[in-house]
Design a protein around this ligand. Structure first.
Ligand SMILES: Nc1ncnc2c1ncn2[C@@H]1O[C@H](COP(=O)(O)OP(=O)(O)O)[C@@H](O)[C@H]1O
Ligand SMILES: [Mg+2]
Length: 226
């Protein structure tokens, strides 16, 4: 196993709109090691989501490379890239994206079921993970029956169900009040410790970011260690 989960080298991403060129990422370099906790902070519009999409293999950079587990993502064909992404990465977004008509345990089990795992075992694994994120008493609740913080906890459990080596989180607490947000950070740090999952979180909340081992500031298209 590679000691680095992710290595981005010389990444450039330019949006062209007519005459306009917006250089969002410019010669950006980043490594994330196994078990590392990394936060990237920056103001709205500085390119945080663009960066996560490029790192996740969802948006091809104009130049530079992104390696996941030592494999150059953008040299793979789209099917191979999708497989590598599913093997190595989990995702958490600002909005939970849980499926409204399914219970918490079904939502968390979904990635396993899509991979055609045994349904009963998938639900047992999902229930165990929901227990770990403090939702052992909410297994059969639908998303609408959960609080905002509980939904994010369920979304985190879903991100972890395939045991990814790295979770990419885009403003995971952007929609929560301060106390609930702090609880969700505590949870991610606890899961990092217990499961050894690396976390890369982008946020505009510098106070929460400061809880992570490493914090970078994204500005002028590059990362600067805080
Ligand atoms: N698909 C796109 N086409 C053109 N410009 C885009 C596109 N996506 C994002 N941008 C621009 O790139 C910049 C960075 O956006 P984004 O990565 O969403 O920032 P953040 O997540 O930090 O708020 C913004 O100026 C935005 O307007
Ligand atoms: Mg964003």
């Amino acid at each position: 196993m590679n000691d680095l989960v992710l290595r981005a080298t010389g990444v450039e991403r330019v949006y062209k709109q007519g005459q306009h060129r917006v250089e969002v990422l410019r010669d950006l370099n980043l490594t994330v090691a196994t078990r590392e906790q990394v936060a990237i902070v920056g103001s709205s519009g500085c390119g945080k989501s663009t960066l996560l999409h490029v790192l996740a293999g969802l948006d091809t950079p104009d130049s530079g490379s992104v390696e996941l587990d030592g494999v150059d993502l953008y040299r793979l064909n789209p099917a191979q890239r999708g497989r590598l992404r599913n093997e190595v990465l989990g995702f958490v977004y600002q909005f939970h994206h849980l499926l409204p008509e399914f219970s918490a345990v079904e939502n968390v089990a979904m990635p396993l079921l899509i991979g055609r795992a045994d349904a009963a075992q998938a639900k047992r694994d999902a229930a165990a993970l929901l227990e770990k994120v403090g939702l052992g008493q909410r297994l059969t609740h639908k998303p609408a029956e959960l609080s905002g913080g509980e939904r994010q906890r369920a979304a985190i459990a879903r991100a972890l169900i395939n045991r990814p080596r790295l979770v990419l989180a885009d403003e995971p607490t952007g929609n929560l009040d301060e106390t609930t947000a702090a609880g969700v950070y505590e949870l991610m740090l606890q899961l990092n410790e217990e499961l050894g999952t690396a976390f890369l979180i982008v946020t505009h909340d510098t106070r929460l970011a400061a809880r992570m081992q490493k914090t970078y500031h994204l500005s002028n298209g590059g990362l600067h260690l805080q």
